[in-house]
Design a protein around this ligand. Structure first.
Ligand code: ADE
Length: 247
């Protein structure tokens, strides 16, 4: 997977992506990162890329031409069109299925805005997808781009050590992940659930699935409608919720 990031703060993206799992995946050549400083395409010696909004109003707007020139430089070098994501609170809210779909692409361009936004005309010319990471407003698109790249990266083959772990975690099957425990067996008088110490794999799998279902019902009941539960699982959940006084 090749990520191109158009930004005024390339060092922020590089620092973030060079850390931990994504950093290792880049060193291994499984991911590559190409940061493009929009300011390098300012077309003036001051590196000015913003101006006042027509019609008045607060703040500054990123001008069309530097963004367009930076985008053209990327696609001309690639020799083919590349899906281009603009990070904006006005976009479709990012979710795991979207990440899975984007992970199928060989290259992606992320366009990070700042100030009060980017001239609409260049957005119309280059953007294929408008994406938000949630209903709150950040100072720029860099953190959202990193959130998306991190989520997509772990779906790229070979990025996680354990091939199955990308599959089995939260949101697969619309269920949250079961609780995890590690040593010591007793920590401040709290014991690890005995089934996990039993070595009985079928029972452990069964317990984990039940915990995933119960946890989803308690913490994210909105997800449960999309999960596929057997009749037996539905009955058990009902009993457990009743026992917990939640039904
Ligand atoms: N830019 C500013 N806020 C944002 C958000 N919530 N999602 C994506 N891009 C943004």
């Amino acid at each position: 997977m090749k990520f191109h990031v158009m930004t005024l703060f390339p060092e922020m993206i590089e620092q973030g992506m060079n850390t931990s799992i994504t950093g290792r995946a880049m060193a291994k050549g499984l991911l590559s990162l190409d940061t493009v400083n929009i300011r390098d395409y300012a077309g003036n010696k001051h590196g000015k890329v913003d101006d006042y909004p027509y019609g008045g109003g607060a703040g500054m707007v990123m001008q069309a031409e530097p963004v367009f020139a930076a985008h053209q430089a990327i696609t001309e070098k690639a020799g083919h069109p590349i899906r281009t994501i603009y990070l904006t609170p006005q976009g479709e809210t990012f979710h795991q299925k979207m990440a899975e779909e984007l992970a199928e692409e060989e290259e992606l361009i992320f366009l990070c805005g700042h100030y009060e936004g980017i001239d609409e005309r260049v957005l119309e010319a280059v953007v294929t997808d408008y994406v938000s990471i949630g209903d709150y407003v950040l100072t720029g698109g860099e953190l959202p781009a990193m959130v998306m790249m991190d989520t997509i990266s772990r779906l790229v083959s070979g990025v996680l050590n354990n091939e199955t772990s990308a599959q089995s975690e939260s949101f697969q099957d619309s269920l949250l992940e079961y609780p995890q425990y590690s040593r010591p067996e007793i920590w401040r008088d709290k014991a690890v659930p005995p089934v996990l110490m039993s070595g009985h794999h079928a029972n452990i799998e069964k317990w984990r699935r039940e915990q995933s279902i119960l946890r989803t019902a308690l913490r994210r009941p909105d997800l449960l409608d999309k999960a596929e539960l057997t009749e037996k699982e539905k009955r058990l959940l009902k009993e457990q919720l009743q026992a917990a006084g939640k039904e």
